[in-house]
Write a protein that binds this ligand. Structure first.
Ligand code: GDP
Ligand code: IMO
Ligand code: MG
Length: 430
């Protein structure tokens, strides 16, 4: 059966972790294909809450093999902290596979992330400070350190030395920081080598063999469409391919093996960090969405910027990812709002835009054009069938579906594993 991809359809934190966990028991492999510990996925199972950053959410499902693909950047310290934390809570993580071609976030990448942001001043991106951008920059510059390099100490030291030449000039002469030594970096990385070794694999081979045998593979994207380095609100993006194409490059599995592409979208919109967000609310409605939706970052604890559902964005996500299904999460958060606006178009300097404006300045100036839908007051968290929802909630979902150019196959009505309405099966043949 199928290869399925999960991607964020907005600016992240849509509930990808919960969606992955929901499918976990039917899936043989869950692959993280991009990003690193900038991600934060909260999964609620019964009265237990798990916050995952680097590990794929499938790690919580017994029998499902979690895979960190070649497209991920790995902070080894964080990896083992997270594994230890899960072990303490009784989660078996021994099956984890890590690609030998995944890049390592070296300690200097974290340093550079933070000093760069400081020097950017008002132009800063508002990164998570985890070293993501500098690690991907080294990868593209061909100065990166890969997981496989840990097993050839001479090569590792040579690569670290090569990577540090220019960085130390920059750190000392521009940023007024101390130079970083080869040994301190090598020692820190090598300390993890023996623990990492049993997990390292040619994950592309493993996944392709699994698909040949009819296993189900779920590719779990970190971040989201609007944070994708190519298709997002550049430069206010992350540094990886967070859209569906990234699932292929980030795992070594070809596009012909993907059957469904599932976009996760909140019933409203949030964003963390800097950059344009046309439907952002600076009034009591924004505060209400933040309070009721508990919109505070899982990774940095920053309050998330909140606004109404932006259908221009989700239409774009449908197109860029070739979405087959949408999971609409957090519908319950809208309960009690009398009239719910949805952004259907933008207006820039008196001109209507059906699609995203091409240039950065126009997008930054985009004003949302809203259509409002009647709200509902009934508690919907116990609804398990679409027909259980109040008529106004059904109408809202139908309107959002039409405006987003993709069928809505699952609806989230609460944070718990069971708090969902399943309309169409998400794991389907093409
Ligand atoms: P991710 O990064 O996309 O995995 O999402 P996060 O975990 O960062 O943020 C989503 C938050 O919403 C988490 O705290 C989830 O527990 C919560 N959540 C997911 N689906 C729903 C839902 O349908 N209703 C409510 N109320 N909360 C949800
Ligand atoms: P999940 O997987 C929301 C944002 C940061 C910043 C920009 C670049 O939980 O949805 P980076 O540290 O990646 O260089 O920061 O991207 N960002 C996220 N926002 N959810 C995430 O992940 C994010 N990962 C990065 O806030 O604006
Ligand atoms: Mg998150």
């Amino acid at each position: 059966m199928p290869g399925a991809v999960i991607v964020g359809a907005q600016w992240g934190d849509e509930g990808k972790g919960k969606a992955t966990d929901l499918l976990g028991s039917r899936v043989d492999y869950v692959v993280k294909f991009n990003g690193g510990n900038n991600a934060g996925h909260t999964v609620v199972i019964g009265d237990q809450k798990f916050a995952l950053h680097l590990l794929p959410s499938g790690i919580l499902t017994p029998g499902c093999t979690p895979v960190i693909g070649n497209g991920v950047v790995v902070d080894l310290r964080v990896l083992f902290e997270e594994l230890d934390g899960l072990a303490e809570r009784g989660v078996d993580t021994s099956d984890l596979l890590v690609s030998n071609a995944a890049h390592i976030i070296a300690p200097y990448a974290r340093t550079l992330d933070n000093v760069t942001e400081r020097f950017l001043g008002k132009r800063k991106i508002g990164t998570t400070g985890r070293g993501i951008g500098p690690a991907y920059a080294d990868k593209i510059n061909r100065l990166g350190i890969r997981v496989g390099d840990l097993f050839d100490e001479a090569l590792l030291r040579d690569k670290i030395e090569g990577a540090l030449v220019a960085k130390n000039h920059l750190l000392v002469k521009v940023y007024n920081r101390r130079a970083i030594g080869v040994d301190e970096v090598a020692d820190e990385l090598l300390a993890y080598r023996d623990r990492l070794e049993p997990h390292v694999a040619d994950t592309s081979l493993v996944l392709n063999n699994a698909l040949d045998e009819g296993d189900t593979v779920l590719f779990e994207g970190g971040q989201a469409t609007m944070l994708d380095v190519d298709h997002g609100t550049y430069p206010f993006v992350t540094s990886s391919s967070a859209t569906a194409g990234g699932a292929c490059t980030g795992s070594g599995v070809g596009p012909t093996r993907i059957d469904s592409v599932i976009g996760i979208a909140k019933a409203y919109t949030t964003r963390v960090g800097e950059g344009p967000m046309p439907t952002e609310l600076h009034d009591q409605w924004g505060d209400r969405l933040r309070d009721v939706g508990h919109e505070f970052g899982t990774t940095t604890g920053r309050p998330r910027r909140c606004g109404w559902y932006d259908a221009v964005i989700t239409r774009f996500a449908s197109r860029i990812n070739g979405l087959t299904d949408i999971v609409l999460t957090k519908l319950d958060v809208l309960t009690g709002i009398e009239e719910i606006p949805v952004c259907v178009n933008y207006e820039v300097d008196g001109v209507r835009y059906q699609d995203l404006p091409l240039d950065q300045a126009a997008f930054a100036a985009a004003k949302p054009v809203y259509e409002s839908f009647p709200g509902w007051t009934e508690d919907i968290s116990g609804c398990r069938e679409f027909s259980d929802l109040p008529q106004a909630a059904q109408d809202y979902v139908k309107a959002v579906e039409e405006l987003s150019d993709c069928r809505i196959s699952t609806i989230g009505v609460g944070p718990g594993r069971d708090e969902v309405i399943q309309i169409n099966d998400l794991l389907h043949a093409r």
